[in-house]
Design a protein around this ligand. Sequence first.
Ligand code: NAD
Length: 440
Amino acid sequence: MRIAMIGAGYVGLVSGACLADFGHSVVCIDREPEKVASLNAGRMPIYEPGLDALVAENVRQGRLAFHTSLPEAVAEADAVFIAVGTPSRRGDGFADLSFVFDAAREIAGALSGFTVVVTKSTVPVGTGDEVERIIREANPGADVSVASNPEFLREGAAIADFKRPDRIVVGTGDARAEAVMREVYRPLYLNQAPILVTDRRTAELTKYAANAFLAAKITFINEIADLCEQVGADVQQVARGIGLDKRIGPKFLHAGPGYGGSCFPKDTLALVKTAQDAGTPLRLVETVVAVNEQRKRAMARKVIKACGGSVRGKTIALLGLTFKPDTDDMRDAPSLAIVAGLQDAGAKVRAYDPEGMDHARALMPAVDYAENAYACAEGADALVIVTEWNAFRALDLDRLRRTMSSGSAPVLVDLRNIYDPASAARYGFTYCGVGRSKEN
Ligand code: NAD
């Protein structure tokens, strides 16, 4: 198959590289010339484990190329994937579909022969209808079918997720489009990944429903964690106790600082708006959005409380800034609200993140950035673990404590519950986790 991938971001680049790895011929098109130049020079514009080697190999094999201009690749393609951003629209929280519609207009003029235009971006129900309308209006003679194929990969594990998905959802009512999509994903369902073919609207909604469900699961355990702190229970054990029930499952039951990232916040909000417009408000999801929004800033208050009620003039060291490990993505990361809350309260914030600091510098210029975890902790009054990077899971607690402020027991606020409270206390820390004891 010949494939054009519009947008070479986290989803487009990973999907394009993986599809090339299956043997398809893929051209990734991005409107940012620096991104394309960097890819053509063999440099990845994002951090995603294993991506550089996968891209290099497929470029070398002649199956993967990068361009800024779209017409040639689209004309030759059997399938054109739209994988551009769909951020929250400023002001009202609806999905901003301007990138998707721009891409549809650009694609329309370049189509040649039967082509399936596939929306891979996360888009609200009905967007496929609009993409189709735009294309047919711009190019009435085009032999085109518009399908939906939402992407479920997770940053940090994106290649494995794409190559071994739990399922592939394809939304189309057109047999020719379905045949093309089955061919695109044939290498995968040979590996037994179920391919679920639905109508277009159902596929579009499935993606939002999945993200809203996962966001609700995280928010649920976060609220249970708060209750645990008040009543002297341990959320880790509650999570295990409920997660062993197969109807519930153990995943997404880790209490923490609230969900962030480039998907959950904007997708839950967009779903809320879609549902309100449809006259069937999703009260549960509305509450999830509100609870999570409050939680991020509440984490700054938690740190302040752990520091005895004031952080004015104190140095607070943050380990981890990205919304999760193994990515450089800072979009809607809880660290943004936590840092703002601490700075508002008069703290001096120092931070270290293995991959996120380039983006973080632009977003949080008043933070002092450190070279590594120990340099970050130097002289600090409190150390806050915000993101559970592997590199933070086995820190030398003795060295950390000695590096930190020489005052009374330095504070360790473990927002990911990766340290054992008792051993942290043995090393001389005042430990504070999430949902672990009455004192927190
Ligand atoms: P991104 O911002 O990393 O990448 C989008 C890219 O599209 C950018 O490089 C941009 O320059 C390019 N672009 C925009 N308009 C273009 C045009 N007309 N022509 C060519 N290039 C254009 O975004 P992302 O994180 O890859 O997300 C893309 C979509 O996938 C979103 O709808 C998102 O919700 C969805 N999604 C993301 C993830 C994730 O983990 N990031 C997972 C599943 C789904």
